[in-house]
Structures are given as structure tokens and as C-alpha cells.
Ligand binder design. Structure first.
Ligand code: HEC
Ligand code: HEC
Length: 160
């Protein structure tokens, strides 16, 4: 009997360890959008492109971006004062929680972060510029559940 119990317990233990490891691996990219997402954020900051999770940029980058909305990557994305304050404070309190976010990237672009470049090393530059994607900034053309904050590499599809 003893001979049987030891291998059994070891198997159970192995499954537990594997389970814990794969859970922590997923925790990083499956749920990056906070549940207290204000509707105004989706309305105002999700009208020209998807609404990016605050987790993906550090506080300094969001603050700088929100201070220059009249000159936002070649467009005018100005807001009235009340909306600006509401969105800024929500971004500030939820900024940078993705574990790979460290220094502020050039131009406050998620797509110029060093972690972004590393994670997409295997994605050919041509995939980002083809008509069905247009720009690396269109996360949701490949990460189908990006609007929900899900960037898990098991759920990513490069469109034709
Ligand atoms: C009038 C349209 C418009 C609105 C409104 C708008 N944006 Fe943008 N945004 C753009 C364009 C255009 C780009 C550049 C996209 C590209 O290079 O493909 C951009 C880029 C970005 C990027 C960088 C993406 C990257 O390449 O990493 C972030 C972050 C961003 N916007 C956040 C916001 C936030 C926050 C708001 C709301 C305050 C907002 N945007 C509102 C048009 C807009
Ligand atoms: C052309 C398609 C494409 C676009 C656009 C794209 N990605 Fe990705 N992304 C991928 C692929 C493919 C992988 C998996 C790469 C691998 O496993 O080597 C990936 C991986 C990732 C990962 C790592 C996932 C993990 O589980 O470790 C993150 C985070 C991520 N992308 C975020 C983004 C964000 C944020 C944007 C937009 C600013 C974006 N991606 C735009 C294709 C894309």
C-alpha cells in the first residue's frame, strides 16, 4: 500500500505545481483592463482606436499624453476640463501595472516600449503594416480580446 501512495502523492503534487506555474504565467496578460473602466474612457479614448489599458504605460507617459491632447499623434483629441480630469486620474491610479512596464517609452507609445519589441520579435514587420492591420497600434486586429484587456499569447491570431 505504501508503495502506491507515494507515487500517487507525487503525481498530485506535480499537477499542483504545474497549475500554479501556468496560472502565474497567464496572470500577466489575460486581464489587463481594470473592472472600474469609466464609460467616458471608451467613448473618448476608444473612438479612433481601441481603448488601451492603463497598465501598459507608466504614469509619466499617460500624464504627458493627457497634457498634449490637442497635438495627439497628428490629430486633435482635446477634451473638456471635467472629462480630462476624470480620465487622467483614472489612468494615473491604474498606470503601469503590467509587470514588464518600466521606463517611459519614446513618444509615449506602447508600441515603442522595449517589452513590446521583445514580445513581438517573432512577428514580421510586414504583418504590422498589411491592410488588415495597418499599424502595430491596432492591437485588436491580432489580439481579438484586446478591448477586454486580454493579450494572452494563446489567443492571438495574425489576420490574413
Ligand atoms: C481623433 C482621434 C483620436 C482620439 C480621440 C484619441 N486618439 Fe489616441 N491616437 C490617435 C492616433 C491617430 C494615434 C496614432 C496611431 C498609429 O500610429 O497607428 C494614436 C495613438 C495613441 C496611443 C499610442 C499607441 C501606440 O502606438 O503605442 C495611445 C496610448 C493613445 N493614442 C491613447 C489615447 C487616449 C488615452 C485618448 C483619450 C484621451 C486617445 N488616445 C484619443 C488618435 C486618437
Ligand atoms: C500583427 C499582429 C499583432 C499586433 C497588431 C499586436 N500584437 Fe501583440 N502579439 C502578437 C503575437 C503573434 C504575439 C505572440 C508572439 C510570440 O508568442 O512570440 C504577441 C504577443 C503579445 C504580448 C505577450 C503575451 C504573453 O502572453 O506574454 C503582449 C503583452 C502583446 N502582444 C501586446 C500587444 C499590444 C499592447 C499591442 C498593441 C499596442 C499588440 N500586442 C499588437 C501579434 C500582434
Amino acid at each position: 500500500m505504501k508503495d502506491l501512495i507515494t507515487p500517487f502523492l507525487l503525481t498530485v503534487l506535480a499537477y499542483l505545481v504545474i497549475g500554479i506555474i501556468s496560472q502565474t504565467a497567464n496572470a500577466g496578460t489575460k486581464n489587463l483592463m481594470p473592472s472600474n473602466l469609466p464609460p467616458i474612457y471608451k467613448q473618448e479614448c476608444g473612438s479612433c482606436h481601441m481603448s488601451y489599458p492603463p497598465a501598459l504605460l507608466p504614469k509619466e507617459s499617460w500624464a504627458e499624453m493627457m497634457n498634449g491632447l490637442h497635438k495627439h499623434y497628428g490629430t486633435d483629441a482635446s477634451l473638456d476640463k471635467q472629462e480630462l480630469n476624470q480620465i487622467s486620474s483614472w489612468l494615473n491610479s491604474n498606470a503601469g501595472t503590467y509587470k514588464r512596464v518600466k521606463e517611459a517609452p519614446p513618444d509615449n507609445r506602447i508600441t515603442k516600449s522595449s517589452w513590446f519589441e521583445k514580445k513581438h520579435r517573432k512577428v514580421n514587420a510586414r504583418e504590422f503594416s498589411k491592410p488588415s492591420v495597418k499599424s502595430a497600434s491596432n492591437c485588436n486586429s491580432c489580439h481579438r480580446n484586446a478591448e477586454q484587456g486580454n493579450f494572452d499569447d494563446d489567443e492571438v491570431f495574425i489576420p490574413k
